[in-house]
Write a protein that binds this ligand. Structure first.
Ligand SMILES: NC(=O)c1ccc[n+]([C@@H]2O[C@H](COP(=O)([O-])OP(=O)(O)OC[C@H]3O[C@@H](n4cnc5c(N)ncnc54)[C@H](OP(=O)(O)O)[C@@H]3O)[C@@H](O)[C@H]2O)c1
Length: 283
């Protein structure tokens, strides 16, 4: 079988410096595997951050990045009965989407509904499912209606989905962004408040019952310290600043329920049936 092209990372560093195009072999298929001809794969922070070496304890060099994408089954292993060549699938549970052909166990592949375009399917997994997991985590303590909720990096794909979902659930939502130009691109939602942080922390008179944070660093730390109600919730799911929340900010608020949310943990701990259910709820 002819070699195929892949984006390969052999050293950690800035993605634009270290991602190279390489020719890789197409190995023989194990009986439980399918081979997928990748058609579209997403580029977003979740894919780029591992390239920098941020998760080097669970990333073995060299590797092909890309946690999300869609393709067509090109070959099936001898034991595979649930897919046939030509089926469109979303392969979940590991990286490697940034290559022409990808092998994945059939049990980690999900059929793409016919009414979903290839472009839609390529981004239908990580960010939408992360949003739904964050919403579910916020609902653990109480419903969302009437709660004051701050969303950082609100102009991101996840941020915008959070704003729309929280707003639809009746929460009082505040979009927290770092520039006026990002504020101008936010969805027009009834009652949506917007705060542009710039160089300044948010005034201490602004109080949230919950903060959903993807920035960390000083922005996340100040929100945790000064802008959460007594017994509030701080949910972190990213660190776009590249800096974790300082320990003294965490220590200053022992009353707050602080939690990390990693989609990866959910995907790897839940069964195929629950994942299918989560897809059905999204699509
Ligand atoms: N925990 C999980 O399982 C999980 C899953 C999916 C995504 N994530 C995380 O979710 C976050 C958003 O991902 P995405 O794909 O939605 O991003 P995206 O659509 O590519 O948008 C990135 C956004 O981040 C903002 N941003 C970047 N650096 C920032 C900083 N230092 N301070 C404030 N804002 C900053 C940008 O703001 P400007 O518009 O101002 O440039 C932009 O709006 C990332 O941290 C990603 O790793 C986590």
């Amino acid at each position: 079988m002819a070699d195929h092209l892949a984006a390969l990372v052999a050293d950690y560093g800035r993605p634009e410096d270290v991602i190279r195009l390489a020719s890789l072999p197409r190995p023989a298929l194990e009986p439980d595997m399918v081979e997928i001809a990748v058609e579209r794969a997403a580029i977003n922070p979740s894919n780029l951050i591992p390239v920098t070496g941020a998760y080097r304890n669970r990333t073995v060099l060299p590797f092909v990045p890309g946690f999300e994408g869609v393709g067509t089954v090109s070959r099936i292993g001898a034991d595979v009965t649930n897919f046939k060549p030509g089926d469109r699938v979303l392969p979940l549970g590991a990286g490697g989407l940034w290559q022409a052909y990808l092998q994945r166990p059939a049990e980690w592949c999900f059929a793409v509904p016919a009414d979903l375009s290839t472009e839609q399917a390529a981004t239908a997994y990580i960010n939408p499912m992360t949003t739904l997991r964050l919403i579910a985590a916020l609902k653990v303590s109480s419903g969302l209606a009437g709660r004051r909720i701050g969303v950082t990096a609100a102009g991101s794909a996840v941020g915008r989905m959070l704003l729309m979902t929280l707003s639809a659930e009746g929460a009082y939502v505040t979009a927290i962004v770092r520039s006026e130009s990002t504020a101008a691109r936010l969805p027009a939602l009834p009652g949506l408040q917007t705060v542009v942080t710039g160089q300044q922390p948010i005034g201490r008179d602004t109080v949230f019952d919950a903060v959903v944070d993807a920035v960390g660093g000083d922005t996340g730390g100040a929100l945790l310290r000064y802008n959460l109600s007594a017994g509030g919730v701080f949910l972190q799911y990213g660190a776009l600043s590249g800096i974790p929340i300082a320990q003294d900010a965490l220590s200053a608020r022992p009353d707050v329920r602080f939690a990390f949310l990693w989609l990866r943990s959910f995907v790897h701990s839940t069964g195929r049936q629950a994942l299918s259910g989560a897809f059905a709820a999204m699509l």
